[in-house]
Design a protein around this ligand. Structure first.
Ligand SMILES: O=C(O)CCC(=O)C(=O)O
Length: 338
């Protein structure tokens, strides 16, 4: 396929061939039930011990959870959602000025996941931005809509602060000092994907994003409150995560699985699409510093046993991750096991 965005304004009546998944690899939407016990954690309640206990339980049993009372002002969230919608409604020619399939670019509009590597495409367009340090990256962000840099800048700053607080609680939940994990991850980068899933003519035949885990440390996902689409793998079954009002979904990524010595699992998740309404999700990824050595602290290694993973840098991991397709059989972390 000559890859190009699907948010072109063209209304498809059938799914183009290059998006059709083999029969054995389809979403089976009718068999997916809603997860009615997703942990919802009041992270602003002020009781650190309770928060880290709830977060620890959620990380052990689910690999993801939602946070409320999170300190990211509602107005900042609403403006972020507005700017995301306004961006994808721009004329095609305007958006295509930012189009690239090169994953090393620090700002690009793209489609699917890794168009140059994958066999079947995904029903998703996305704008991917590097966000930290803000004064380094924000000058290269889109200047249309005119308020893009201001609204997105405020949002990524507030979300970074939330992410750091969550990482402190995760550290405490493992019995470590609160800044222990943050120190291992080093000066973390921050990326963002504004995902746009247009109305899909045949949602049973394709994915917005197939099942995957995130290659980074922690993901803070803002779901579309009106349109569901996120599903996670829980006890071997895909379950739908109903958007909770005013909440963020927090996912454990591959690097926290490594740093926790495998105690916390990077969660498998996917996005499905629908034939009724477009959906938007905004994912913020906290990524370890490129040259930090990602090894589990000695406190988490049982006497005499080997750490589950080899020592590696995030730069090594990230290169391996993007050299592959998203839904390859062998998980990327497997290459880094001892
Ligand atoms: O759209 C969603 O709910 C999931 C997005 C996601 O998994 C990602 O951006 O990596």
């Amino acid at each position: 396929m000559a890859a190009k965005v699907i948010s072109s304004g063209f209304r498809y009546t059938s799914l183009p061939e290059s998006y059709v998944r083999p029969v054995t690899d389809r979403p089976n939407l009718s068999q997916v039930s809603e997860c009615d016990d997703v942990p919802v954690i009041d992270i602003g309640c002020g009781d650190r011990e309770l928060i880290s206990k709830q977060i620890g339980d959620a990380c052990r049993h689910y690999g993801f959870f939602q946070v409320i009372n999170h300190g990211v002002p509602d107005e900042i969230v609403k403006k972020m959602q507005q700017v995301g919608r306004d961006f994808f409604e721009l004329p095609l020619e305007e958006k295509m000025k930012l189009y690239s399939e090169d994953p090393t670019k620090t700002m690009r509009l793209s489609t699917s996941f890794n168009v140059q590597k994958e066999k079947v495409h995904n029903w998703r367009d996305y704008l991917r931005l590097h966000c930290h340090p803000l004064d380094k990256y924000s000058p290269e962000w889109p200047s249309n809509p005119a308020y893009f840099k201001e609204y997105v800048g405020n949002y990524v700053t507030a979300v970074r602060d939330l992410g750091m607080r969550v990482l402190e609680s995760i550290s405490e939940s493992l019995g470590l000092q609160k800044d222990r994990i943050i120190k291992i991850l080093g000066d973390q980068g921050q990326h963002m994907a504004i995902n746009h899933y247009p109305v899909c003519p045949e949602p049973e035949l394709t994915f917005g994003l197939p099942g995957h885990t995130d290659p980074n440390a922690l993901t803070i996902l803002l779901q579309d409150t009106l349109v569901s689409g996120l599903q996670v793998l829980k006890d071997g079954k895909w379950v739908a995560v109903k958007p909770h009002p005013n909440a963020f979904v927090i996912n454990i990524g591959d690097q926290l699985e490594a740093v926790s010595n495998g105690q916390y699992k990077s969660v498998w998740h996917r996005a499905v699409v629908n034939s009724d309404k477009p959906r938007m999700s905004i994912a913020s990824f906290l990524c370890p510093c490129n040259d930090s050595i990602l090894s589990a602290p000695k406190e988490l290694i049982k006497d005499g046993s080997k750490p589950v993973f080899k020592d590696f840098t995030y730069a090594e991991y990230y290169k391996k991750f993007w050299s592959r397709n998203l839904d390859q059989e062998q998980h990327c972390l497997e290459f880094f096991k001892n």
